[in-house]
Design a protein around this ligand. Structure first.
Ligand SMILES: [Zn+2]
Length: 322
């Protein structure tokens, strides 16, 4: 029997890397690129701003491509900067189109009309999510449900404080994949592995919320620290380390979710707290979700008291990566 293949595809706002539909994993890379449509120029930013983390997740694209190759898995990658529109936000999220990111005012995003905002969603946001939905559906049809692995990178420091984690696993209420990944990375005693740090993996409307949660698929966001994955050597190293782990744990992680099957659940602080919030349906309470959302946004709030910024009452700063 010939196994189904997700074929390669390139569109204006996304591309799909070919892979086996029964590989057991779908890779997503929401912040792969720093490109902008020609008609929007640089959104009024200096060129150097587009090379910073505010424009994309440094190293994430190359890691995703290598993971796809190693695992024979399909991948969906964005083809535009998160400054144009943030794929990893719900369409109604106030931080979907950033007017301020890590201290940089984005002139081209300041005065969008509702129609211009809707047009960006339709042209650059929705096609990516439609593609991710199609790829995941094809993989679900091909065999046991796939796990969803969302590749990101984070800055090495935030607000002058060095981040200690070389790699972080962000997750919400389902620990199947997260628990196994944390356990595997932590077998290397030289690593400091983040568990829902620097922020929690549960954000209503984000990519995994849209594509994994509704179908009960095991999923995580992984954040690689950007100083470690800025060059090809680092990207290859971390992709290979991750692929070695995923090859081992995917068969177990994609099994149906059972609370009693939490891998060493008691050793994970988040698992304990989430257990306390979980209802019988396996859903996290609205209190917990709200808290997670607040944590993620609060950390990203701009903190430059000496700088006069436009009045942006609902606009927070997601410039710390993720
Ligand atoms: Zn990201």
């Amino acid at each position: 029997m010939i196994s189904a293949v997700v074929t390669a595809e390139t569109a204006e706002s996304f591309r799909v890397v070919e892979g086996r539909a029964d590989a057991g994993i779908v890779l997503l890379c929401d912040h792969a690129c720093n490109a902008l449509p020609a008609e929007l120029g640089t959104l009024g930013l200096q060129e150097h701003e587009l090379r910073r983390h505010i424009a994309y997740d440094i190293g994430a694209e190359a890691i995703t491509e290598r993971l796809a190759k190693r695992l024979g898995a399909p991948a969906v990658l964005s083809r535009f900067s998160r400054l144009l529109i943030d794929i990893n936000r719900g369409a109604d999220d106030p931080t979907l189109i950033m007017r301020l990111s890590d201290g940089a005012v984005v002139p081209g995003n300041q005065c969008l009309s509702p129609e211009q905002r809707d047009a960006r969603i339709a042209r650059y946001w929705r096609p990516y999510h439609d593609a991710a939905g199609r790829v995941i559906a094809a993989c679900r049809d091909a065999g046991p449900p796939p796990v969803i692995f969302s590749v990101h990178s984070m800055t090495h420091a935030w607000k002058g404080v060095q981040r200690p984690w070389q790699v972080s696993i962000l997750w919400n209420e389902d620990s199947r994949l997260a628990g196994a990944l944390l356990e595997a990375f932590r077998t290397n005693r030289h690593l400091t592995v983040g568990d829902n740090e620097p922020y929690h993996g549960g954000l209503e409307g984000d990519t995994l919320w849209q594509h994994a949660r509704p179908y009960g698929l095991a999923s995580v966001v992984i954040e690689y620290r950007q100083d470690l994955v800025a060059d090809r050597r680092g990207q290859d190293h971390w992709a290979d380390v991750t692929a070695d782990i995923l090859e081992r744990i995917i068969p177990t992680a994609r099994q149906p979710y059972q609370k009693s099957a939490l891998p060493n659940g008691a050793s994970y602080g988040e698992a304990r707290s989430e257990d306390a919030n979980r209802t019988g349906s396996g859903r996290v309470s609205s209190v917990s979700r709200t808290s997670a959302r607040a944590d993620r946004r609060t950390e990203h709030r701009p903190d430059e008291p000496g700088r006069v910024l436009p009045q942006l009452p609902e606009q927070l700063d997601a410039g710390s990566g993720g």
